[in-house]
Ligand binder design. Structure first.
Ligand SMILES: NC(=O)c1ccc[n+]([C@@H]2O[C@H](COP(=O)([O-])OP(=O)(O)OC[C@H]3O[C@@H](n4cnc5c(N)ncnc54)[C@H](OP(=O)(O)O)[C@@H]3O)[C@@H](O)[C@H]2O)c1
Length: 246
């Protein structure tokens, strides 16, 4: 395979959690992967090491997805290393829980900058720079639909991601680029677990028909399907991957 023909994926926020599992899954499926990180350089390097040890190709790339330069830098790195980009996974995200009345501007702005601004810039860059027949897969959450107390700003950012997904799917149809969202229920990562007691985690898990939390690999399988040729006819959709919880 020549360097020009390698199918390439960018995964934002791939140093740990769901993003790391997606990077490893896409690498197993034959993609060269840009493993983006913010603070977690060593963790991203460990993801890349696992991929290369298994015979895949990957590069760790630092970029703050909440900043305007973040996503364009990832495309520059992917094009320099692998010749182009076929799949963009807008995974990086952040959750801060608080009742609206107690939410300060800084918390609002951090969540909007990463969860919405990062995905907007990812979609814009993807629309401009993905090869034809590509994929844009962004992250919503199953909280969109249930709207529990304390999730106001987070749910608002994710609902906006779903809205942009529906619009962009129509805009990019002529280039056969599909645009979808994955909306997980609770997944056992730092984002979900932090600040919750074991008792609360168990209580939440017990509300799932399968009586457990999701794993990063459960979600990576869904992304792997959407990125694969078998996923090509799924477009403009929100896949709620939550074990039937919501
Ligand atoms: N876990 C859940 O229950 C759940 C449910 C529904 C939806 N989701 C969504 O799934 C996605 C992944 O969540 P997760 O649970 O895997 O989260 P996580 O375990 O907290 O991991 C977050 C990842 O995002 C990266 N990140 C944070 N800020 C960043 C920034 N400014 N620029 C670039 N990367 C940044 C982190 O990188 P560093 O460590 O390098 O800083 C890390 O790799 C998010 O969009 C989240 O909203 C999660």
């Amino acid at each position: 395979m020549t360097q020009d023909s390698i199918r390439t994926a960018i995964v934002t926020g791939a140093s740990r959690g769901i993003g790391a599992a997606i990077a490893e899954r896409l690498a197993r499926d034959g993609f060269a992967v840009i493993v983006n990180h913010a603070k977690g350089r060593a963790a991203a390097e460990a993801v890349v090491a696992r991929i290369t040890a298994a015979g895949g190709q990957a590069r760790p790339v630092a970029a703050d997805i909440a900043s305007p330069e973040g996503v364009p830098h990832l495309f520059d790195a992917a094009e320099a290393a692998f010749g182009g980009v076929d799949v963009l996974v807008n995974n990086a995200g952040l959750l801060t829980l608080s009742p609206l009345a107690e939410t300060d501007d800084a918390s609002f702005e951090r969540q909007v900058a990463l969860n919405l601004g990062g995905v907007f810039r990812g979609m814009r860059e993807g629309a401009r720079r993905l090869r034809d027949d590509g994929r844009i897969i962004s992250f919503s959450s199953s909280v969109v639909g249930v709207y529990q107390p304390t999730y106001g700003i987070y749910a608002a950012t994710k609902a906006a991601v779903e809205a942009m997904t529906h619009v962009l799917a129509k805009e990019l149809g002529p280039r056969r680029i599909s645009v979808n969202c994955v909306a997980p229920g609770p997944v056992a990562t730092a984002l979900f677990l932090q600040g919750k007691s074991d008792e609360l985690i168990q209580k939440i898990a017990s509300t799932c028909p399968f009586s457990r939390l999701g794993t990063p690999e459960d979600i990576a399988r869904v992304v792997g399907f959407l990125a694969s040729p078998d996923g090509a006819w799924v477009n403009g959709q929100v896949l709620r991957a939550n074990g039937g919880m919501i």
